[in-house]
Design a protein around this ligand. Structure first.
Ligand code: SAH
Length: 364
């Protein structure tokens, strides 16, 4: 008798373990779902139905899959789960324009996404890795080090789970959360393909932006493969020396090679690349920096996105508004479009480069 509670506890632990070892369906494409259904000797139209339930109807349980026969639902439930991620914390209330979402992976690590609403546009900023290996000196994610690549499902599930929390449909996706997307290239492209898929999430390719620190071989591959997603590249310095000051990766992928890759991309793509440039006080924000930037980019088909630095308590500071305006003024004569990203959510550490999951941020 006295053993009974122990046994119950053990059973529930075993059940939990088996749920955790189940493979998640979110992240699988049509072909992969078809393979699962083939093994179960199901007709091929079931693949389309299952795809629709996962990505269009975005159900959370097998029970909700109305037109899937109950026997099949049961067989699926025995082996699979729907979501690879669990939403464990939201910062910011429903009405707020910027909110941050914390997820737990099946393996226990945590990642964040940010949802930003502005007019008709609702953008999700998603993570592609747990932590980051690139080590940009100014970025909070770098302090986590690299932990792991996210799977296709873990990337797409950020979109699916946040879309349920959003008061408006998500119109844009930016791969600008934790991690370096081009160091998890194949999964990031497959995730973008799933978000773009006609009979699923169906987000237009131009509404998906992949931002890379400048991994030149992958930029070349991306250009060759002719993907239609928008490409953004973090320049953050107008010379090799300046880039090297804050981005050690510039040693492996020097500016000259990066410019060749940018030009190669431009020659293959119908759409201009966006170059991101973070303004850090006393480092990248002088009028001379602006002039050099203009010279470097003139004659190139590109857009420039200037990002005033979001402070993370380290050595870099955001320039004052006057200095930001003076920088932009120099670029007024630029032959390419220039925009300023006034980052949202800096009050909840959800601005560009402020994402880092520390145990203290998980517990409150
Ligand atoms: N690894 C990718 C995507 C993540 S960072 C990349 O480097 O592009 C997304 C953008 O935010 C990059 O342009 C990066 O330079 C910028 N960024 C990083 N930390 C920042 C900070 N603290 N303030 C403002 N922008 C930052």
């Amino acid at each position: 008798m006295s053993c009974a509670p122990l046994k119950d506890n053990r059973n529930s632990l075993l059940m939990q373990a088996s749920l955790e070892s189940k493979i998640a369906l979110v992240g699988l494409n049509r072909r992969e779902l078809d393979t699962i259904l083939n093994v179960l000797k199901e007709p091929s139209f079931r693949g389309q139905q299952l795809f629709g339930w996962l990505y269009r109807s975005r159900v959370d349980s097998f029970e909700d899959m109305g037109n899937i026969p109950s026997g099949l639902r049961k067989s699926l439930e025995e082996k699979y789960r729907i979501h690879p991620l669990k939403l464990i914390h939201v910062t910011g209330s429903t009405g707020e324009s910027t909110r941050k979402f914390l997820f737990e992976l099946q393996s226990g690590e945590k990642v964040e996404s940010v949802l930003m609403k502005e007019g008709k546009r609702t953008t999700i900023c998603i993570s592609s890795q747990v932590g980051c290996a690139v080590d940009c000196d100014f970025c909070a994610t770098a302090s986590m080090g690299f932990q792991k690549n996210l799977s296709v499902g873990e990337i797409v599930d950020q979109f699916l789970l946040v879309s349920k929390e959003s008061t408006a449909p998500i119109t844009n996706v930016v791969f600008m959360g934790m991690g370096e997307p081009f160091l998890n290239y194949d999964r990031v492209i497959s995730a973008a393909d799933l978000m773009n898929a006609e009979k699923g999430i169906k987000l237009g390719a131009k509404r998906i932006t992949i931002s890379t620190v400048g991994i030149t071989p992958k930029i070349n591959r991306y250009a060759e493969e002719k993907h239609r997603y928008k490409l953004a590249i973090s320049l953050n310095g107008a010379s090799q020396e300046k880039r090297l000051k804050t981005m050690p990766i510039a040693k492996k992928y020097p500016l000259n090679d990066l410019l060749v890759a940018i030009d190669h991309f431009s020659s293959r793509s119908r759409h201009p690349v966006t170059l991101e440039y973070v303004l850090m006080a006393g480092v990248t924000d002088s009028k001379e920096d602006a002039q050099k930037l203009m010279t470097l980019l003139s004659g190139r088909r590109c857009k420039l996105n200037v990002i005033p630095y979001n402070e993370i308590g380290g050595k870099y500071k955001r320039p004052g508004d006057e200095r930001i305006e003076a920088f932009i003024k120099v670029l007024e004569k630029a032959p390419f479009p220039v925009t300023v990203r006034w980052s949202k959510g800096t009050d909840i550490a959800a601005g560009c480069g402020q994402l880092a999951v520390m145990e203290s941020s998980v517990n409150n």
